[in-house]
Design a protein around this ligand. Sequence first.
Ligand code: ADP
Ligand code: MG
Length: 561
Amino acid sequence: TATKQKHSFQTEVKQLLHLMVHSLYSNKEIFLRELISNAADAADKLRFKALKDNSLYGDDSELAIRVTTDKDAKTLTISDNGIGMTEKEVINNLGTIAKSGTADFLQQLTGDQKKDSKLIGQFGVGFYSAFIVADKVTVTTRGAGAGINEAVIWESAGDGEFTIEQTEKETRGTDITLHLKEGEEEFLEELRLRNIIGKYSDHISLPVEMHKMVSDDDADKTPEFEAVNKATALWTRAKADISDEEYQEFYKHISHDFQEPLTWSHNQVEGTQEYTSLLYIPSKAPFDLWNRDRVRGVKLYVQRVFIMDDAEQFLPVYLRFVRGLLDSNDLPLNVSREILQDSKVTQSLRNATVSRILKMLEQLAKKDKEKYQQFWDEFGQVLKEGTGEDFANKEKIAKLFRFSSTHNDEKAQTVSLDDYIERMKPEQEKIYYIATDSFLAAKNSPHLEIFRKKGIEVLLMHDRIDEWTISHLNEYEGKQFVSVTQGDLNLGNLEDAEDKKAQEKASEEHKDFVERVKSALGDKVADVKVTMRLTDTPACIVAGEGEMPLQMVKMLQAAGQ
Ligand code: ADP
Ligand code: MG
């Protein structure tokens, strides 16, 4: 008979086990994700090794993960036919922690449950998380290429020791059996398990199988297996092999939107950074788009394993309408929101994601004006928040802007800044705009008279956020934005000598009248001047040079400032 050898866990493992069981209990279902992810890793390792030695597959090349239960024994078993482990490997992998910095890490633990659970999440819970729900774990494993009688049983109650025993195992790979603690019977339930697997493992490329649910009549028959996850990670497939319909279906699946997306961008990046992104622009704004606190962001996967929804760290607020996912190879599987917050990987992924989105929008604007207009009408006002939030990209963002303009005097915002610049007068150096409450107020403003007379285009801004957006943008392509309501409107080269002469002459002629108006208005105004900017209207109010534009004053007042 085979002998059982006793082994002691490495001290660090003992400490970690104890802490983990206590601090991660509120999130206990993650053990299944960890064990399935290990099984998937084992399959990946076998696949990799078999590239050089195909005989490792033996007669069993359909890699899969199986989850089975035994209600009488109160056990849950996760089986794989992956790479398996030799005796030496089991002792090493399931008895020590190989990570460097483990001792340092354990020093940081405080005993405060909340803080520690964050730290442990950051460290990576892995295989030992099985002990959150099990009071005994039995691992039976046979390495790829090893014979039937070269298998090993590893067993532990998670209390400091484990045993190793030689055994026979018919199949390659690893069975991990959890003897569930009293009170953890939920993990014997078919539906509960299917639910967890669907949640975390849908897009693992490997099928995760469970017994087909059978009716009572068939209970005696040997049950068949069926995959309970989707088992294809769409975003990992080659772009050329994915149809538009598949992309659209996938969008609906992840966004819970029932309409088609306007466009998408699928990027598979290798090199110093390894990630895949699949980003969608919806065709309609959600009802709560204006709530800046609403959950936003993309789904995060690490190595094809689902980590979290709405990972907001990857999207700035002004791109909160974007849907999709990121799959990073550079983040740890146990990454938490806290870790994401100050990870370098996050920062560079975020930058890359923002660039992708801006580029996708630029391309949409180029190749499909109609669709782009639809995007702009839905989300343009959100994008306008970008000049204040994302300084580094403000020119790129501004390139995507569309405005109403005196060019066509239409309310629809269709004129880009590039269009405007292309139509500028040869002597014109600045971009002129007016910002008011409504399109009609802008279009009919007396401030425009001189511009209309001279044929100079003025952007008619009538969204609440415009003045704010422009104040952060300040200039585009080196051309400064100038509000036509600004006091001493200096038209520079656009002013001809005759205008100037006429203005001087008129000022001289009407000096007395101006003085009388001034004293009548008293301190309600700073100054009264003769102007040439009006052609039909007798008088208008302007803001002084360097003063806050009128619309901005209104906006701030409305915001209660
Ligand atoms: P990690 O997955 O981050 O390496 P784990 O604690 O999850 O850490 O697992 C420890 C090690 O145990 C793995 O690296 C792997 O070598 C081994 N292991 C765990 N589960 C399996 C399995 N199902 N098949 C083969 N090896 C496994
Ligand atoms: Mg693991």
